[in-house]
Design a protein around this ligand. Sequence first.
Ligand code: NAG
Ligand code: NAG
Ligand code: NAG
Ligand code: NAG
Length: 354
Amino acid sequence: MWLFVLSGLLALAGNPVSSSCPIEMNPSRAAVRYKGPFSANCSSFSNQTAGMGWESSNGGVGNTANVVFLPLNIKSVTDWKLRPVCFINFQDEDQCSGTLPVIVYKTPDSVSTPHLRQQGPMVEGEVYRMQCDIVNVAPARNLSVLWYRGNDLLFTETFDESVGTPLNKSSVFSLTAHRDYDGGQIRCEAKLNFWRAGPNIPSMPSSGSYHTTVLYPPTFTNPENETLELTAGSKLTLNCTAAGNPVPVYSWHLPHSIQQADKDQITNDPVLTPSFALTGAYKCTVSSTQGTKTKYFNVIQAKRDHTTLAALIGVFTALGVLLLIGGLFFVTPEGTFSCSKGSYIRGQPTSGPV
Ligand SMILES: *[C@@H]1O[C@H](CO)[C@@H](O)[C@H](O)[C@H]1NC(C)=O
Ligand SMILES: *[C@@H]1O[C@H](CO)[C@@H](O)[C@H](O)[C@H]1NC(C)=O
Ligand SMILES: *[C@@H]1O[C@H](CO)[C@@H](O)[C@H](O)[C@H]1NC(C)=O
Ligand SMILES: *[C@@H]1O[C@H](CO)[C@@H](O)[C@H](O)[C@H]1NC(C)=O
């Protein structure tokens, strides 16, 4: 009794095909290309085997006496529901069998994104319908469609489909255009997923890549208005650089008419270094078909110059006053220091109370 249970468990572990029939099939399951060849080998573990056979819709092997293994060879698989069955006839005329799971597949005739091909430039923020057409693929339940932008996976779609014969399938998803997609490559890939990875994975036709263009408004590298200090001897640099598609056009408004010569030279320059560095409000405007943005530069006289000068003047003034006071009170006309400021006469006793 226990031995029976144990052998049953062993059969289960060793043979995923059939837990009760003492056979092993190699391979134990398979993905087979439609109209491609297929072969498998069925082996019996029973020493009571009288004969073996294969039943299959694409040509089986009749009961063959006195063998412990039996190969099945199919030149061309044409049944989408192929399920080869291996059977053993025992000496006591009992019989048992196991079914070999097979997926019959067909790679698509084409994988394409015709809508994308017709797609003009996208506009940032707008939503676009992406469609990938997969023609004549089987089985669709094992199909997955992967959308990529460069190496980044954007979207994956699988199909809940019971039909095992070739179908046309489309993967559709909505893409919100983003400036990061500008200049990138979008493509879709079809994959058939079977049990085993490796050399069995069928190679699929490619959709090709679609080069994306995304239009977006001018955007400053540093969007904040800037306050700049003008220091003597150093050059004033105003950086108004902005990204955008199409590439934005720059125009500057300078605070002083004397700088007009500069203005004429720096048309469409993102960085301004005026030859007359003057204080005032500088304005830079960037524009393209996608919008216009303005940035202000407030150029002021450097504060440090004023404070240093004021401090210096202050120090000198204080020093001068101190010297003056010192001269008046602490130095006698004779040039010696004195600590008394009373009516003191040298060598004579002082008058009045002591
Ligand atoms: C089938 O399997 C048996 C062992 O189970 C092995 O001896 C034999 O060579 C195999 N035949 C083929 C055609 O692979
Ligand atoms: C592919 O199909 C088989 C059966 O046909 C199923 O067992 C398996 O889960 C499927 N794989 C995927 C990834 O859907
Ligand atoms: C799949 O699409 C192709 C080409 O568009 C067409 O010729 C074929 O009839 C379609 N097949 C099915 C099953 O709809
Ligand atoms: C820049 O200054 C202008 C005018 O003073 C103001 O309208 C605008 O909001 C400021 N922009 C930023 C980003 O602070």
